[in-house]
Design a protein around this ligand. Structure first.
Ligand SMILES: [Zn+2]
Ligand SMILES: [Zn+2]
Length: 344
């Protein structure tokens, strides 16, 4: 048996630490001894029942994790006991559809992820299909490697689904973990000016944004975002990334983008809101959604983490054992920390 953080019902605060069986693995799986698992905004959303995706309760939470292979199934090639790895999140995909066959399995209609579709990693052990694994260097600690997943979200949004050239003006709406990592990726890609927008309650996060490369931060409750952006980019921004996790700021994003600019939306909510989409046409804007990530993105991100260039520790405010999960979730929910990490 093992302890696990289990989301057990579709109602608010239906999460608790439970004793469950260590999973049995199939021939193509490994049993992973979890070294570290970071708490995602989506884990917190599930805990408060404010998520916008289908959850198979009861389910063990946690999809951002790294660890050691404890046991490898008979058909597993390339990984064996003792290997240090991170895991992608697409725990189940069909393997047959156009998207799977072209390496974009993150968009497979049959995709199920760890932590909502299948048991995740907020436990001592998790069952992982070997195709999800990536080796990590010995120099990369698990509590940093587990951040590969949100890094991959940000890399895919800013460096694959958006185009940034050195000197492009980039605006990031929402300084949560994903927004901050999107800002960091934009900075690495050469964005300048790089403006990160938050609310008054986001003051510490906006300070972190500066450390991650923002040339200007905006408290949207005290300054007009439009004025700040037009002050540095009179035509509007080359790229606006909406990482707010809400639906409404799409309006603002479309108004901030320059003619022939881009808007990339990463992060979503169940809210349906009226949006003025006319600027999309009038300004010839490219509106792009960004979801999840795939193999080449992970390889890049692991390299960046190993090189330390993304300053991953800047976003981690709390590291605790598994039984401290509640405080880890609350601290994120209440905005006291940007991100928490659990060490099972
Ligand atoms: Zn995540
Ligand atoms: Zn598929």
């Amino acid at each position: 048996m093992q302890s696990a953080v289990v989301h057990y019902a579709l109602e608010p605060l239906a999460v608790e630490l439970r004793d469950i069986a260590v999973p049995e693995i199939g021939d193509g799986d490994v049993l992973l001894r979890v070294g570290a698992v970071s708490v995602c905004g989506s884990d917190v959303h599930q805990a408060y029942n404010t998520h916008s995706w289908t959850v198979n309760v009861p389910v063990v939470l946690g999809h951002e994790f790294a660890g050691t292979v404890a046991k490898a199934g008979r058909a597993v090639k390339g990984f064996r006991e003792g290997d240090r790895v991170v895991s992608e999140t697409a725990a189940e995909v069909c393997g047959e559809c156009l998207l799977c066959r072209t390496g974009r399995y993150n968009l497979c209609p049959h995709r199920k992820g760890f932590g909502y579709g299948l048991d995740g990693a907020m436990a001592s052990y998790v069952k992982v299909p070997a195709r999800c694994l990536h080796r990590i260097p010995d120099s990369l600690p698990f509590e940093v490697a587990c951040l590969a997943e949100p890094h991959a979200v940000a890399y895919n949004a800013m460096c694959v689904n958006s185009r940034i050239r050195p000197g492009d003006s980039v605006v990031v709406l929402g300084p949560g973990p994903i927004g901050l990592l999107c800002a960091r990726m934009a900075a690495l890609a050469g964005a300048d000016p790089l403006i990160v927008v938050g609310l008054s309650g986001d003051a510490p996060r906006l300070e972190t944004a500066r450390r991650l490369g923002a040339t200007r931060v905006v408290d949207a409750e005290r300054e007009r975002v439009e004025d700040v952006v037009r002050g540095v980019s009179p035509l509007g921004a080359d790229l606006v990334c909406d990482a707010s996790g809400a639906s409404r700021p799409l309006d603002l994003a479309l108004s901030l983008a320059r003619p022939d600019g881009q808007v990339t939306k990463v992060g979503w909510s169940p809210d349906l809101v009226p949006v003025n989409i006319n600027p999309l046409v009038q300004k010839n804007i490219r509106l792009q959604g960004s979801f999840s990530h795939n193999y080449p993105v992970w390889e890049r991100v692991i390299h960046l983490l190993a090189r330390g260039v993304t300053h991953p520790k800047a976003i981690v405010g709390l590291t605790t054992a598994l039984d401290g999960w509640r405080e880890a979730f609350d601290a994120m929910h209440e905005g006291r920390v940007i991100k928490s990490v659990l060490i099972p």
